[in-house]
Design a protein around this ligand. Sequence first.
Ligand code: PEP
Ligand code: MN
Length: 333
Amino acid sequence: MLITLSINATTEQINNLYNNLAEKKLNPQVYQIDGQTVISVEKKDNSLELVALEAMGFVEKVIPITKPYKLVSKEYKNHNTVIKVGDVEIGSGKIQIIAGPCAVESKEQIMETAFAVKEAGATILRGGAFKPRTSPYSFQGLGEEGLIYLAEAGRQTGLPVITEIMDIKDIELVCKYADILQIGSRNMQNYSLLRELAAMDKPVMLKRGLAATLEEWLLAAEYLMAGGNSKIILCERGIRTFETHTRNTLDLSAVPAIKELSHLPIFVDPSHGTGKWKLVKPMAKAAVAAGADGLMLEVHPQPSQAYSDGEQSLTPNNFKILMEEIKRLAAVL
Ligand code: PEP
Ligand code: MN
């Protein structure tokens, strides 16, 4: 159960209520969510007594929550979360497109890609500088050099930039250059990283874990929100199944399911979701039809030369064609 307090609630009123709930052994926890104090309590049989709390002037609402995740649930907040990044509004109904290479490889490569995707209609630029590679012998990313090139490409095109953060020790560095922080699939359940990023004043994109259920994914998002960061974007990127034809199995039913369960925006990444560029276009369109708030797409000027994920990267020209198709599809929808 969540108790939301009026923004005018005084510290004394909050403390008194907290002590009262603690005395009743309801295990109260206090959160600050977008300037509002919210107290969670473990639901006990005396919930009727809790409902009486609503009569207190400084209590705004008492919300019964049936799910294990609370703050990210639709029960807590019934309207969609909208996240503003510069001029880009995520979750407000307009489909936003994150595009760019898997990894920043050179200044020329990210600049060329950035201008191409911007011209075709992308609204956010991606590019990895710290890459979570399956093999330690594969290209690991350019580190800070990559972040500098990415930020410069963002500045020159006017696109906000997103990049992955893998390690707590890199938070300060990545925050210097990135507008949105990406938590990769492999780190979805890295709870110490989630806790640290919860304290940052930056939107976070949380990709679905390789084998995470929707509940585990939403509980990971709950770490961010309970820690004070409500600017969370979910991203479905495929899960591991017995099928080996595709790199992962893109679970598009996650989109409407998440929409039912949570107020957070959800993107779809058909590049990592399929691993095959030819499948990216149809699955991108299917994601839009399923109600996704946006897409994350890998684009490389010369996919065959890419240091990583070339086989799932679109050429700028294929990206342009897809964008035109998506525009038409979005208009119909
Ligand atoms: C990525 O988007 O760069 C990436 C590594 O994706 P994922 O974490 O979904 O594998
Ligand atoms: Mn990639």
